[in-house]
Structures are given as C-alpha cells and as structure tokens.
Design a protein around this ligand. Sequence first.
Ligand code: TRP
Length: 328
Amino acid sequence: MSNKIFSGIRPSGKLHLGNYLGAIKNWIALQNDPQTEQAIYAVVDYHGITTPFDPKTYSKQVMDVILDYLAAGIDPEKSPLIRQSHVPEHTELAWIFNTITPVSWLERLPTYKEKIEETQGKYTHMGILDYPVLMAADILVYKSNLVPVGDDQKAHIDLTNEIGKKFNHMFGETFPAVKTIKAEGARIKSLQSPTKKMSKSGDEGIALTDDPDTIREKIKKAVTDSGKEITFDPENKPALSNLLTIYHLLSEKEIKTIEKDYAGKSYSDFKADLAEVVVNFLKPFQDKHRELSNNLDQVEAILKKSEEKARNLAAQTLQEVRKNIGVN
Ligand code: TRP
C-alpha cells in the first residue's frame, strides 16, 4: 500500500484496440493492485489545447475519451477519473514551478524540438514550451511516485524529478521522487502497415467503438504476408504475427494453440474467426459505452465526484507548497 499512481491522456480522439492492449489494460491492473494506495487518471484538456483544436467540438472530444475509459473498466470509486481543467490546482502549481524551471531545461527536450521541427516553427508559443511543466505539476500535485507512460514520455518524467528536486532543495522536502512504469503491454501494429504502430486513422486501427460490420470489414482488408501458413514469425510474417498477437491477447489462447487450430486452414478462415473474437471481446465494452452515452448526467456526476476527491488531495499539497514558499 505505498504507490501513488498518476497518469494523463490527451483528448485526441477515440481509443483503439492498440491503446486498450497497450495502456488501458495496465491502468486497470494498477487500480486493482494491492500495492496501490492512490490512483488518479486525468484527461489533460489543458495540454490538449497546446496543439490545434476545435472549440466547438472540444468538450465532446474530452467526453468521448472519458466514456472510453469508464467503459473499459476504470472504476472511479477506486481511481478518480478527472478533467484536468476541473482541478485548477494543477495549473496553479505549474505557475509556481515556472518560477524555478530554467528555460534551457525545456528548450533541450526532444519533444519540444520535434514539435518545432514538425510545424516549422508555426506553433511556437509558451504553451508548447511549458507543456512539461504542467505535466510535472499534474504528477506532483498528488505527490504521486509512479507514472505509467510510454518510453516517449521518459524525458518528461526526468524533468519532473529535476523540478521536484530543485523545489525540495530551495524550499524544503515536499515532493517524492517519481518513477515510470511501462504502460506499454503489447505493441499492436497497424492493420495496413504492420511495421507501424496501430493508429486511429482509416483502416489502420480498430476503434473500441467500431460496430461489428466495420470490424469484420477492417480485418478482411488487413494486409497479410506471402505464403499461406498461419505461423507466428514477426521477422518474415509481420502482418500475420500481428493478427495472431491480437487473437492471442483477446482470446487468451496460446499462440502455439492457435497455430495448431489453423494448420491447413486459409488466411481468410483465420481472419473471419479473428473478426468474431474481436467483436465478442468488444461487446461488453460497447454495451457499457452505450449505457453511459445514454446517461451523460450520470457520467457528469461521476466526474464531479472524482474531481472533488482530487481537489481535496491537490489542495493539501498546494497549501503546503504555499507555506513553504512563504506565499500564504
Ligand atoms: N504528455 C503525456 C502524453 O502525451 C500526457 C500527460 C500529461 C501525462 N500529463 C501527464 C502523462 C502526467 C502522465 C502523467 O501522453
């Protein structure tokens, strides 16, 4: 009973099977782990506005992600699920952190450099540069010590530790050291180009909310490799190995068993069955999703309650922080 977990998700569209098998499944395991003392998950809507977004549809986009996480099994009684903007202590602490964070620490981050390159300098505003400081505040405002994230976030967690350490040094021991835990379980690949990660666009990925016919169609159209044996061989048969991995993770059958079951059968037999495995696996999620979508008032109430719990915790940290820096 000693871990305090925090993680954030950007509200960037519907979740797909790769997100589920890669990250969400882990979050649910962590929420049920006896070592977990506290787990808070946030849709980071103030991070989301650092890149282009549509104000008319943004709150719906945030809600879509909330519904996906609740339907996938995040239990808000155990782990509060919040909208970052509804717990203003995050941004308040970020401001205080701004006053002790050298600009050079932010300018050297690979994520910042990439963004600048990607947009040819077009989106250089304070928000892009400051993004990791808000992230540090998200984590430390709950005195969290464990953050499930992918490898791409490692530099941000290092920075979080540097900021926490500097604060402790300047104003007295306040924040714990933070560690990452791998959020990535399985790496599911795109159905169209099996060397890339599954993404949300087009036929590349299966959204958790895709209806059965869409799922069948997407799997039918998934690329396969040459040859006709159903064998797991990521080097030579990347496409089929990806499909076998999905089958294995969703059915919990061993890959060896699946290979045996399909010995002598065709790719299309295998794909037809895989489609049904996916459809069946997603059914409880989709039923729950539908129920929640029809009861948005109830979802709003769940969020309010989670956010209130989170605010209580965050306010305590902020009180201590203000006292330590003499602004109280
Ligand atoms: N930067 C993270 C991402 O892009 C999202 C995020 C924001 C986050 N605040 C966080 C992740 C705090 C973990 C903890 O995925």
